[in-house]
Design a protein around this ligand. Structure first.
Ligand SMILES: Cc1cc2nc3c(=O)[nH]c(=O)nc-3n(C[C@H](O)[C@H](O)[C@H](O)COP(=O)(O)OP(=O)(O)OC[C@H]3O[C@@H](n4cnc5c(N)ncnc54)[C@H](O)[C@@H]3O)c2cc1C
Length: 380
């Protein structure tokens, strides 16, 4: 790591008069910056991002624009009150609309292809429970989204997908998908166009309150000062603020080579959502399986896990594309921020520092809202 001081010129230009410093340039940090500059164009907003790109979850996710499959919501109901679960669904739905209005559907290839939940022979009772709860869920979803019959059993579509060992399918008509890379590129462009100063390659090592604001110590050893700071580092939050209840969680993802005449289109949730896959550019993107090596994957370090990767490859070749058995083009990992319940933390940690973290694997949906709320809170 380089160790140096800022020159007078650097200090008096690039880092001068910052009103709001945002740590992290994922969906949350960028949405916060764009919102802050939109509501107050004179505000000097700087983003400090340690990666050459925003390297966490926002450029590494699956791009599901989703607000909950039936088994996911049933699972949430076992941990949270119904009011809280429905509030979260509404937050995801509103967040998706905010994201779409900011970025524009055409700029991130937004498509409403639907989301499907797959049920195997062993999951008959889970499927029956979903069928029983479906009328009630549909009524509650309609009150939030305005869409009737959100969830529908669609077993008749199974033959066209060509899955192996799948007995039932439930469709979520209102689930969409985005091109994650294009979405993030557009958010970066919007932030630049608004005059947000984005500094890549600056990691923040510590945050300290001062008499008139906040001092940020960079990994290079020099300090920055800003009256207000928003921390938007999601799964990496504990490194900066050890008392925050955020657990890092690594996810492994693969993408196949192009598959001729790929019939699989939409977002798919397998094994209660522990695995997820979708079509993109004539390929399959597949991820998940973290529970197979729970402790090893509870980390904020990127890296591979061969056991999980071989489980994903097997799922691809035996269940998802058993006929084509497509070759795998490449792998990557990404870092989520989780907690005991699926609720983001948007709060003051001191009078001039706010955190907007713990997106719980829903950041495409709620990231823009979480960023906006964090910016509003810190700017008071
Ligand atoms: C594999 C995978 C699949 C997913 N699939 C979906 C999906 O389909 N749908 C969905 O809604 N959500 C999904 N998610 C979750 C979603 O991507 C996240 O919730 C969202 O991107 C979080 O955004 P963020 O801005 O809070 O965090 P991040 O995108 O992680 O951004 C945090 C940024 O902070 C930077 N940073 C960290 N520490 C420091 C520091 N000390 N100093 C400076 N910078 C720092 C990091 O480099 C990073 O760029 C998925 C996540 C993963 C990993």
């Amino acid at each position: 790591m380089l160790n140096y001081n800022l020159s007078y010129w650097e200090r008096e230009t690039f880092f001068k008069d910052i009103d709001l410093a945002i740590i992290g340039s994922g969906i949350v940090g960028l949405a916060a910056a764009i919102h802050a500059k939109t509501t107050n164009p004179n505000l000097q907003v700087a983003i400090l991002e340690r990666g050459t790109l925003p390297i966490g979850a926002s450029t590494r996710n699956a791009g599901f624009a989703c607000f909950g499959s039936m088994t996911e919501l049933l699972d949430d109901l076992s941990r949270m009150t119904e009011d809280d679960v429905l509030a979260l669904v509404e937050q995801r739905w509103r967040g998706l609309h905010l994201l779409r209005s900011m970025v524009g559907d055409q700029n991130m290839d937004f498509e409403m292809l639907g989301g499907y939940e797959l049920f195997t022979d062993d999951e008959e009772s889970a499927f029956q429970e979903c069928l029983e709860r479906m009328p009630d869920f549909n009524q509650k979803m309609a009150a939030i989204t305005g869409v009737n019959d959100t969830y529908q059993p669609v077993d008749e579509r199974l033959p066209s997908f060509g899955f192996h060992g799948v007995r039932h399918l439930i469709l979520n008509r209102s689930e969409g998908q985005v091109h994650t890379g294009k979405m993030m590129k557009k958010l970066l462009e919007l932030a630049h166009a608004k005059g947000v100063r984005i500094f890549n390659g600056i990691g923040i090592r510590s945050i300290a309150d001062t008499k008139n604001g906040v001092q940020l110590e960079t990994d290079f050893g020099w300090q920055l000062h800003a009256p207000k700071v928003l921390v938007a580092v999601n799964g990496f939050a504990k490194r900066l603020l050890p008392n925050l209840d955020v657990i890092p969680a690594r996810n492994q993802v693969l993408i196949t080579q192009k598959i001729p005449n790929l019939a699989v289109k939409g977002c798919f949730h397998y094994d209660r959502g522990y695995y997820y896959f979708r079509n993109i550019d004539g390929r399959i993107l597949l991820g998940g399986g973290r529970f197979l090596a729970f402790e090893e994957e509870t980390t904020d370090q990127f890296g591979s896990n061969e056991m999980i990767r071989s489980a994903l490859a097997q799922l691809l070749h035996t269940v998802i594309c058993p006929e084509q058995k497509p070759a795998i083009d490449s792998w990557w990992s990404g870092i989520l921020g989780l907690g005991p319940i699926k609720k983001p933390i948007i709060e003051h940690v001191s009078s001039n520092v706010v955190v907007s973290v713990r997106l719980s694997g829903m950041g495409v949906a709620i990231g823009s809202l979480v960023g906006k709320s964090g910016a509003d809170l810190v700017l008071g």
